[in-house]
Design a protein around this ligand. Structure first.
Ligand code: ZN
Length: 228
């Protein structure tokens, strides 16, 4: 008899038995334990939450779980990143970079894809993006060469860019990265380098700032001086 068959037939009874066993750090099934282990690897998910999610999946019918698993696998296998801005995309060049209605003379530099989504949701920015893929963090072993900084310099070198907005989070790592990029771009004498007006408190990460404040800080951006 498989364990999954057991869950389907005696769901209520089995679930309470699992919860009891879990509290005692034991699992009645290695399949269950493995699934909980995998969910518990996700950020912000402890073993208790992992167990709750796994039990939820067990209550779903098989096609629903297949669809869930397939979405994750397909995402990981087929995901593409825009070759221009490194935003997530289904195509070689993302919709934002390909859009004729966007202002290609302004590039907003962000840490990750969530920041692009946060800024897009403000509807206040009509330029293009450049996704670095992180920030310089010696503690985590992340140096400039692991980020998309050189490709940003190349984009500016190609011409047609009047302004680069540094929109990284106001953490120490964000500030270090801003300054590094600012130095790299200083050779372009006609280029304006700006940063977000700080309507948010220090250490707020960009994606957690509310839309109105973020939108306002983009519209009211200020020249980057290295001391912002
Ligand atoms: Zn793009």
């Amino acid at each position: 008899m498989t364990h999954s068959g057991g869950f389907n037939r005696h769901c209520g009874k089995t679930v309470s038995a699992i919860v009891f066993l879990c509290m005692n750090q034991q699992y009645s099934s290695t399949l269950l334990e493995k699934a909980v282990d995998e969910f518990a690897k996700l950020p912000g998910v402890g073993r208790k939450s992992a167990m709750r999610l796994v039990l939820h999946l067990l209550r779903l019918d098989v096609p629903a779980v297949d669809s869930f698993a397939s979405a994750i696998t397909t995402l990981r296998h087929d995901v593409k990143y825009c070759r221009v801005c490194h935003n997530i995309s289904d195509t070689d060049v993302c919709q934002i970079c390909a859009s004729p209605s966007r202002d290609a003379s302004v590039i907003c530099v962000v840490e990750n894809i969530r920041d692009v989504m946060a800024i897009e949701s403000t509807t206040q920015f009509h330029g293009l993006y450049h996704v670095l893929g992180g920030v310089i963090s010696p503690m985590d072993g992340i140096g400039p060469s692991q980020l998309e900084i050189e490709s940003l310099v190349e984009r500016v070198e190609q011409g047609g860019v009047d302004e680069v907005i540094l929109a990284l989070s106001s953490t120490m790592e964000g500030d270090t990265t801003n300054f590094y990029i600012y130095r790299k771009l200083s050779k372009f004498s006609d280029l304006i380098v700006t940063t977000l007006a700080r309507g948010m408190s220090i250490n707020d990460e960009l994606q957690y700032t509310d839309e109105i404040t973020l939108g306002r800080s983009i519209v009211n951006r200020v020249p980057f001086t290295g001391k912002n």
